[in-house]
Design a binder for this molecule. Structure first.
Ligand code: UD1
Ligand code: CA
Length: 447
């Protein structure tokens, strides 16, 4: 169920599109469901239907299909939207909420096992809370058997004292669910169709309703406000960092000021300074040092790489023993081979620097392939854009590019050549030659 806007988020975006640990809430939920190998995942969408559907598919592909609930008339109505898909199926239907992202696959498995061993038509996942305010309560009879779920706002004073709450996660026999759903009436404080009424209806019809009491209440907590979102973000972050320290041998100078994606892998003896952000599916090798203010997103770093302060590395790869920064910007498939070094105020876009090549100061390298052991002088620019198209620059091995050289692409600089300071290179430079001037001309054969 992911059709609601989530009024309490005070947002123009549907609640389930808000991100936790770098992924939309809905992605967490469909991921947990996917691991159960279901026939299908039906996502009930309403607010920002297309985006929500896309966010689910981005995580699990075509396994997720959207079902539109045009008007949000309650959780019963949300499930009703999928009637044609499910009412004649012999399957079990697991109902999850798009705003309960911490749910674990293991717990869902236990819920299903509990349902099957009780031969129930419906099993409700419940937890006990210190403060159950706002949640639906599980009402039991004197013998402890399930009677009904009552929403907080519809509950009597006495019912409000009940600490056992409905998590909003259930397992149903599809046919029984849809038979009972026909009888649900919007006879409550909100005038909504409540899915929770189905349990009572099944019971009244002679069906078995069981309750699986789960011990981890945090796992089924729903996110309703941005404050709760931030709390969960913090929890996820802290547990990811703890795992990296305890299990993987990563040093954090200050674990409370590091922001590491739960999907990141970091090798032993790597040191992470304060205010480092590691996002997405990033892999960092062993013995690396990541200094303050660096951000590394969806990138791969080998061993003993140093990323100096305030550098940004996005969608890029750095082999072992490379160094970048401070204040470097690597993006769109920047690729640094072993021992390549990029210094301060250097931007590298869609370019490859081969083994041992250096660009130490104030340089832009875009759409360039640069050979081994080449030195790029301060202020060098690959002029890759003619106003319409991007062009490539190729610099071969052992070249020395003088300071402030403009390489007007497409252009190639041959092996072992040099450009003098201030050259504007508009034509290919043959190997073993020194070029200088504007436009640059061959001045000397270096052989
Ligand atoms: C629901 C349960 C409550 C339970 C709580 C647990 C009902 C009536 N109440 O209350 O017993 O304790 O969850 O978190 O079910 N949704 C739709 N379409 C709708 C309405 C809701 O898709 O028409 C979706 C929402 O986007 C959300 C989920 O269903 O993802 C739950 O809806 P919400 O309104 O948050 O229910 P609660 O009031 O939290
Ligand atoms: Ca909710």
């Amino acid at each position: 169920m992911a059709a609601g806007l989530g009024t309490r988020m005070k947002s123009n975006r549907a609640k389930v599109l808000h991100e936790l640990g770098g992924l939309p809430l809905i992605a967490h939920v469909v991921r947990a469901a996917q691991a159960l190998n279901p026939h299908a995942i039906l996502v009930v969408v309403g607010h920002q239907a297309e985006e929500v559907g896309r966010a689910a598919q981005a995580e699990v592909g075509d396994l997720a299909r959207s079902v539109l609930q045009a008007q949000q008339r309650g959780t019963g109505d949300a499930v009703e939207s999928a009637r044609s898909e499910l009412e004649n199926s012999d399957s079990l239907v697991l109902i999850l909420s798009g705003d309960v992202p911490m749910i674990k696959t293991e717990t869902l498995r236990k819920l299903i096992e509990h349902n099957n061993s009780a031969a129930a038509a419906c099993t409700i996942l419940s937890v006990r809370l210190e403060n159950p305010t706002g949640y639906g309560r599980i009402v039991r009879d004197g013998a402890g058997s399930f009677q009904k779920i009552v929403e907080h706002r519809d509950a009597t004073e006495e019912e409000r004292l009940i600490r056992e709450i409905n998590s909003g996660i259930y397992c149903f026999d599809a046919k029984e669910l849809y038979r009972a759903l026909r009888k649900v009436e919007p006879a409550n404080d909100q005038g909504e169709y409540y899915l929770t009424d189905v349990a009572e209806i099944i019971l009244a019809g002679g069906g078995t309703v069981s309750v699986y009491v789960h011990s981890e209440s945090r796992e089924v907590a729903g996110i309703n406000t941005r404050a709760e979102l931030a709390e969960f973000e913090n929890l996820i972050r802290r547990s990811a960092i703890r795992k990296l320290m305890i299990e993987d041998g990563v040093t954090f100078i200050d674990p409370s000021h590091a922001y590491i994606s739960a999907e990141a892998q970091i090798g032993r003896d790597t040191i992470i300074y304060p205010n480092v952000t590691v996002e997405g599916k990033t892999t960092i090798g062993e013995g690396c040092v990541i200094l303050s203010g660096a951000r590394i997103t969806n990138s791969r770093l080998g061993n003993n790489v140093v990323v100096k302060d305030h550098s940004i590395v996005v969608d890029s790869q750095l082999e072992s023993n490379c160094a970048v920064g401070p204040f470097a910007h690597l993006r769109m498939n920047a690729f640094l081979e072993e021992k390549a070094t990029v210094g301060n105020f250097v931007e590298v876009k869609k370019s490859r620097l081969k083994r041992g090549t250096k660009a130490m100061h104030l340089t832009y390298l875009g759409d360039a392939t640069i050979g081994e052991r080449t030195n790029i002088g301060a202020g060098t620019v690959t002029c890759n854009y003619d106003g319409k198209n991007k062009h490539e620059t190729i610099i071969e091995d052992d070249v020395k590019i003088g300071s402030d050289t403009m390489l007007v692409a497409p252009v190639r600089v041959g092996a072992r050549s040099m450009t003098a300071a201030g050259s504007v290179v508009t034509e290919d430079v043959p190997p073993d030659s020194l070029v200088a001037g504007v436009p640059a001309k061959v001045k000397k054969n270096l052989k």
